[in-house]
Design a protein around this ligand. Structure first.
Ligand SMILES: [Mg+2]
Length: 209
């Protein structure tokens, strides 16, 4: 799968972790506290437990991939330069707490704001599965053993469509209001767990992986 030019990757060559499970993490409302259209690096604050879940995944040997919709870019609210400054700040704050991600993918598309938005763009924007599939392909991750943590039903649906083993809806960010729709994604072969906090999500994943 080739990456469309508008999909942002933190690195084109993430580490290979052939056959390892992936831990896919949403960004806004999960890794960092939800800020409507986060554009200023001064507003970056890690969610409680974010660095810990990343460090835990690292210790377990999982591939650590952030997948984030950034429609603020299509809407003209956030520039790529502002987005990248925010990403640098997230990485810096994670590093301070011994957490590093292997890869981040960001999708700028929005059906109402992206010229020529069609099925291809729709596969990349969550709940489309393409960011997860592409991250896994770049790193050699085993999707069927992988999990995702998100705060929206669209995150959970993307995980399901990518063929992950399961996902955790966490009540940070939009998670409390999205919980019911997220839980409804559970089906045969796809587990959805609910956690109040990222620390609780980590404890559930410790048992589930
Ligand atoms: Mg989110």
């Amino acid at each position: 799968m080739t990456t469309p030019p508008d999909i942002w990757l933190s690195t084109p060559t993430p580490p290979r972790r052939q056959g390892a499970p992936g831990l896919f993490l949403d960004r806004d409302g999960v890794l960092v506290k939800e800020v409507n259209y986060l554009k200023n690096k001064e507003d970056v604050a890690l969610e409680t437990g974010a660095a810990e879940i990343v460090a835990w995944g690292r210790a377990k040997g999982f591939g650590l991939v952030c997948v984030t919709n950034q429609s603020g870019i299509a809407r003209g609210l956030i520039s790529w330069a502002e987005f990248e400054a925010v990403e640098m700040e997230i990485a810096r704050q994670l590093r301070e707490q011994e957490g590093t991600l292997d890869l981040t993918l960001a999708c700028p598309f929005h059906p109402d704001f992206t010229d020529g938005y069609g099925p291809e763009q729709d596969r990349w924007r969550k709940p489309g599965p393409a960011m997860i599939e592409h991250g896994a392909a770049l790193m050699g991750l085993d999707l069927a053993k992988s999990w995702l943590v998100g705060d929206k039903a669209a995150d959970i649906e993307a995980a399901k469509r990518a063929g992950l083993k399961g996902a955790v809806i966490v009540a940070t960010g939009y998670g409390a209001e999205e919980r019911e729709a997220a839980m409804a994604q559970e089906s045969k072969g796809f587990t959805v767990l609910s956690a109040a906090t990222l620390d609780e999500a980590r404890a559930l994943l410790e048992m589930a992986f």
